[in-house]
Design a protein around this ligand. Structure first.
Ligand code: NAD
Length: 260
């Protein structure tokens, strides 16, 4: 997809990866809506980028319905919906149910709500693009963070299912799976030693570098967008020999424990 003249919505667009993508989409000539939690921050980010801002909690279906209706009313049919907002919750299965539910609602159900809201009109037109931000944690795993790994796997699974189901009806689907990116989530959020080891090894990217990879991936209409190309190799190793890969990950986890 070429972005010139297209209408694009980016959730979680007030900060980090979403903000960088929204700014790049504007630079490519798209008309962009930035959706994020806080009304003032959303409006400020949108103004700086040259986009429209609509306050939205993506974990609330009615908010997504409103976002889509408002975008269509003000800009016309949505060509690209970038479901990008996400949160991190660390810990294992002992994490409280409320935390599991909170991350499930943002990292997975928001993508379901967005698809429900935009897909019917896209199918009627015979075209449309669904882009979701998952994570390398959705293809591999994130040491020390079960809720994050599990919900990101679910996000990848949904994108994959949508591509299989609607790919022959004009619907394009891409799934963005970065490793470390220098954003509030990585630098300001709850950090895990495993994450830092993996990210140090892989190299932390700037949000603008991720936006470059996204625009290139959209242009090529590639399903997996991997700003860290080494993730493709790790994913391949996992598929080639799952048990060997698990052994390697256990060794990595042991190193992480040793460094704590
Ligand atoms: N930073 C990384 O290392 C990294 C790596 C892989 C994947 N990701 C994914 O990239 C996406 C963007 O994260 P980021 O790193 O830019 O983080 P960020 O914290 O800088 O930005 C996330 C944005 O999402 C918004 N948001 C959170 N909950 C929301 C909700 N319920 N409704 C609307 N907006 C909400 C936040 O207000 C924030 O503006 C997330 O899905 C994240 O899981 C990040």
């Amino acid at each position: 997809m070429e972005l010139g003249g297209k209408v694009a919505v980016v959730t979680g667009g007030a900060n980090g990866i979403g903000r960088a993508c929204a700014a790049r989409f504007v630079a490519e000539g798209a008309r962009v809506v930035v959706a994020d939690l806080d009304g003032d921050a959303t409006a400020a980010a949108a103004e700086e980028i040259g986009a429209l801002g609509i306050a939205t909690d993506v974990s609330v279906e009615a908010d997504i319905v409103h976002l889509v209706a408002e975008t269509e009313r003000r800009l016309g049919p949505i060509d690209l919906f970038h479901s990008n907002a996400g949160i991190a919750v660390g810990g294992g299965v002992e994490a409280p149910d409320e935390e599991w539910q909170r991350i499930w609602d943002v990292n997975l159900m928001a993508h379901v709500y967005a698809t429900r809201a935009v897909l019917p009109a896209m199918l009627d037109r015979g075209e449309g693009y669904l882009l979701s931000t998952a994570s390398a944690a959705g293809l591999l795993t994130n040491i020390g963070a079960a809720p994050y790994s599990v919900t990101k796997h679910a996000a990848v699974a949904l994108a994959e299912w949508l591509s299989v189901t609607y790919g022959d009806q004009g619907i394009k689907v891409s799934c963005l799976c970065p490793q470390g990116v220098a954003t509030n989530m990585l630098l300001g959020g709850p950090r895990d030693a495993g994450q830092s080891v993996v990210q140090a090894a892989a190299g932390v990217l700037q949000p603008d570098e991720v936006a470059d990879a996204v625009v290139e991936g959209l242009r090529a209409e590639r399903f997996l967008i991997l700003p860290h190309p080494e993730v493709a190799e790790y994913f391949q190793r996992k598929a080639n020999d799952y048990d060997r890969w698990l052994g390697g990950m256990r060794r990595l986890q042991a190193r992480v424990r040793g460094s704590r």
